[in-house]
Design a protein around this ligand. Structure first.
Ligand code: GDP
Length: 388
């Protein structure tokens, strides 16, 4: 067992692990996220895709409920799980690379009917390069011929309900994918048979349509991270925050979606992000303007927003006093602690660049040092874009 060797202490202040979903186009990344979120964003039924923050937070309570049937008696030491949602941007290697850089663990989605495909291998290479832990979701099990649906059931329970033919096809396809992974230099095994986690990567069969295997996947993610990454997941006040996207939202103007990996963000914080000046000749040293404001002065966070869970929207709509704090489907917060996906509104975010870090200027910080750090950050993002 690979572990960072730090024993858990009760009441330890852990942050939520950050997980990203990767894999070939059409493997089911969006659908899988919809399924664990209990929404149907893909078909546009629930909420606007454009209003997603790009990261979804699942509180421990939610995970506990979803995994109850596994009777794992799971002690969850982490407050929840933050899943970064990049399916909308799949054509950008840079974003995939950024997403995988932020995450503690990844879900590599592989279509059971297809096995490893070009973008699966590309994702795999990114994960290997960054030494990122991952689990394999062997998705679309419901497409096996003759599959009997067992909605949201743990996978072993669902498999017991299947005919010999389905089980045979399942095993054949499993052997095929294990061989394909081997060709990539990786050992893989069904998660409940995996005795060498950390050396051998776990495969969780899932259906994003009928939910089989989803409880197993959630439990595995949380248990694995909290068991092996205590040091990494210990909450730190040292701010670590990355801009995921820059979006114009009606009622808010230009906003940035960020992933707060560590630290606490407050309303009113002075922030610095790097931006490109429009019309510049893209000479890096000249075009960088911090916070995208002409003076290069820090911006002040006006609103810190979290996306409302669907069931919360009704509640808020009925409470008119709270509703005035809310435009669209976001809830306004005074401060937000990591790890979390947050939407920020502030002046001068128009030219902010996704993939760079956000810095908070503290009372004793030197603004010039921070600007220098943003500049370095920008150069590394630009070089990644050039490579991809
Ligand atoms: P992405 O490109 O990886 O985000 O893939 P999507 O989530 O958009 O899924 C691609 C297609 O596969 C869609 O038509 C989904 O409805 C379908 N799909 C995804 N997951 C499953 C699954 O578990 N079972 C079945 N039968 N279809 C799925």
């Amino acid at each position: 067992l690979k572990s960072d060797d730090t024993p858990v202490q009760s009441g330890q202040n852990l942050r939520s692990p950050i997980c990203c979903i990767m894999g070939h186009v059409d493997a089911g990344k969006t659908k899988l996220l919809d399924c664990i979120r209990g929404t149907n964003v893909q078909e546009g039924e629930a909420g606007e895709i454009t209003q997603q923050i790009g990261a979804t937070y699942f509180p421990a309570q939610n995970i506990r409920e979803r995994t109850r049937e596994l009777k794992a008696d799971a002690k969850l030491n982490v407050p929840g799980l933050l899943v970064i949602d990049t399916p909308g941007h799949e054509s950008f290697t840079n974003l995939r690379s950024r997403g995988s850089g932020l995450c503690d663990i990844a879900i590599l989605v592989v279509d059971i009917m297809h096995g490893l495909e070009p973008q699966t291998i590309e994702s795999l290479n990114l994960l290997k390069m960054r030494n990122t832990e991952f689990i394999v979701a062997r998705n679309k099990v419901d497409r096996l011929y003759g599959w009997k649906t067992c909605k949201n059931a743990p996978i072993t329970k669902a498999m017991k309900q299947q005919s010999k033919d389905v089980q045979f096809e399942f095993n054949t396809r499993l052997t095929q994918v294990v061989t394909q992974f081997k060709e990539q230099g990786l050992n893989t095994e069904l998660y409940y048979k995996n005795k060498e986690m950390g050396e051998t990567f776990s495969i969780v069969p899932t259906s994003a349509i009928s939910g089989e295997g989803i409880p197993d996947m959630l439990l595995l993610l949380v248990q694995w991270t909290q068991k092996t990454m205590i040091k990494r997941l210990t909450f730190s006040n040292e701010m670590q925050c990355t801009v995921l996207e820059v979006k114009v939202i009606e009622g808010y103007g230009t906003t940035i979606d960020v992933v707060l990996v560590n630290g606490v963000l407050h309303e009113g914080d002075q922030i610095v992000v790097c931006g490109l000046q429009v019309g510049s000749n893209c000479d890096l040293n000249q075009s960088i303007v911090n916070t995208a404001s002409d003076e290069g002065a820090p911006s002040q966070v006006t609103w810190l927003l979290l996306e409302l869970a669907l069931h919360e929207i009704d509640i808020v709509e009925s409470l008119k006093t709270i509703a005035q704090l809310v435009i669209g489907t976001y809830l306004h917060h005074k401060e937000i602690k990591a790890a979390q996906g947050i939407k920020i509104t502030a002046q001068g975010l128009e030219h902010a660049i996704a993939g760079t870090s956000l810095y908070v200027v503290g009372p004793h910080d030197d603004l010039e040092d921070i600007k220098e750090a943003t500049m370095e950050d920008m150069k590394s993002v630009m070089s990644r874009i050039d490579k991809s």
